[in-house]
Design a protein. Structure first.
Ligand code: GLU
Length: 434
């Protein structure tokens, strides 16, 4: 759809904490709308409520947007640096008798007759609110800073914002904003109030639903593309119900009229699935590089590349790499009770372990996955033990775990000296089961 005016959108967070995952949707939809119309996306920090400011919050918001690739065309602008502008606008309304001063503050005289009506994009409906329900409100506080309700209108107008995209909780403030637009004789922007995101139990989204600041998802090893893709789909269904979309496809296909009116449910399981899909879409080289960057203190960065093909299908987020593979470079902690779970008869396990050790010590073939497999299959046949059972015994002996990436490739990576040492240690410590 085409717009007559230039499309200018903004993401206008208050720096009162870390950017929450739910806010990614607001920023993303504003961004998509601007980009698909060759418009402008502005980042504006609404930092005039000085008591609620949190140190580091603005930086967190800026870093998170940059990590997501939601690049703004203008900004970041800080409302706290624009005091003069709000003062001047308050003076205009004072002069016109539309505002008054009381107890140190400048107030807006809210019209109390009639109704305020506007067209809401989502759900394509008119919203009407009785003005008699409204009250005069503060525009400039006694500390000289504007209130949110005043500054948001001044800036949206001066910055040429065509579409105000924000959370549904701001609907109740919208009549105040509209009264200000009318007092100044300004044209209204288009209002897009996004539905509230809920947790799986349909209560307001919170930590216990797996929701957290977007930067925490980053630290857990989620990929920005997956976060964007998931948050795009949380309130929007692309044409043909496509589930995995590049940002370019989102820009092309996004449409305000296709935003759902219902409250979406944040589903961390779905997000995990999607992140896994993005991991698998990467080439082994890309994933290696991502992991090397992500795992800053990794003890064997140069070996990550060897491991990637073994675990690529098994991880959903970059951090999953660590518990799955740390036995490759760190000595496992053995909980010896684990041997009770192995199917090789308990009174035979120690003997089989000794034979495994001997096989490895006498291995003449190259130290590689193929030879291990061949030798251990032969050994199992010789001892009359099931192949799968002997493999499981070896797995536990070298890793301390019942589940690992492919066993023989893992042994190859652990290397001869360490593998032999681990099996020896297990033999020494092998428990006396009752
Ligand atoms: N500063 C508001 C917030 O932090 C934004 C409201 C708006 O977009 O108008 O949510």
């Amino acid at each position: 759809m085409g717009y007559m005016k230039q499309v200018v959108t903004r993401y206008a967070p208050s720096p009162t904490g870390l950017m929450h995952i739910g806010q990614v949707r607001t920023a993303l939809y504003s961004y998509l709308l601007a980009k698909q119309n060759n418009g402008k996306f502005i980042l504006r920090l609404e930092d005039t409520d000085r008591a609620r400011l949190v140190t580091g919050s603005a930086e967190n918001i800026i870093d998170t947007l940059a990590w997501l690739g939601l690049n703004w065309d203008e900004g970041p602008s800080y409302q706290s640096t624009r005091k003069q502008i709000y003062q001047e606008h308050a003076q205009i309304l004072l002069k016109q008798g539309k505002a008054f001063e009381k107890e140190g503050a400048i107030w807006f005289k809210m019209p109390t007759a009639g109704v305020t009506t506007w067209q809401e994009v989502i759900g394509d409906k008119q919203i009407s609110i009785e003005n008699s329900l409204q009250q005069d409100f503060v525009m400039i506080k006694s500390d000289g800073f504007p209130t949110y309700n005043f500054a948001v209108v001044i800036d949206d107008n001066l910055m040429g914002i065509s579409h105000v995209v924000r959370g549904v909780e701001f609907i109740s403030s919208t009549p105040k904003h509209i009264a200000l637009y009318q007092a100044f004789g300004w044209e209204l922007p288009i209002f897009v109030h996004l539905p509230l995101i809920l947790g799986s139990d349909k209560s307001k989204l919170s930590k216990r639903h797996g929701a957290k600041p977007a930067s925490d998802f980053r630290e857990d090893g989620y990929l920005p593309q997956a976060i964007l893709n998931y948050m795009a789909l949380i309130s929007w269904t692309p044409p043909e119900g496509k589930e995995i979309l590049t940002i370019a496809e989102m820009i092309k296909d996004f449409s305000l009229s296709a935003i759902h009116i219902n409250n979406p449910i944040f589903d961390v399981t779905k997000l995990d699935w999607m992140n896994g899909e993005y991991i698998r879409k990467m080439s082994d080289e890309e994933l290696t590089e991502k992991l090397q960057q992500f795992l800053t203190d990794h003890p064997a960065k140069e070996k990550i590349g060897q491991v990637v093909p073994l675990i690529k299908e098994r991880i959903k987020k970059l951090s999953d790499f660590v518990p799955l593979t740390d036995f490759l470079w760190e000595e496992p902690e053995y909980d010896l009770a684990i041997f009770e779970k192995i199917k090789v008869a308990q009174n035979n396990q120690l003997e089989v372990l000794k034979q495994i050790l001997e096989t490895l010590e006498n291995l003449t073939k190259p130290w590689d996955a193929k030879s291990f497999e061949q030798q251990f299959r032969q050994l199992a046949d010789k001892l009359g033990v099931k192949h799968a059972d002997i493999f499981q015994l070896i797995r536990v002996a070298v890793s301390g775990q019942l589940v690992t990436p492919p066993l023989f490739e893992s042994i190859q990576i652990i290397g001869e000296a360490k593998t032999v040492e681990r099996i020896r240690l297990v033999i020494q410590r092998y428990p006396n089961f009752p």
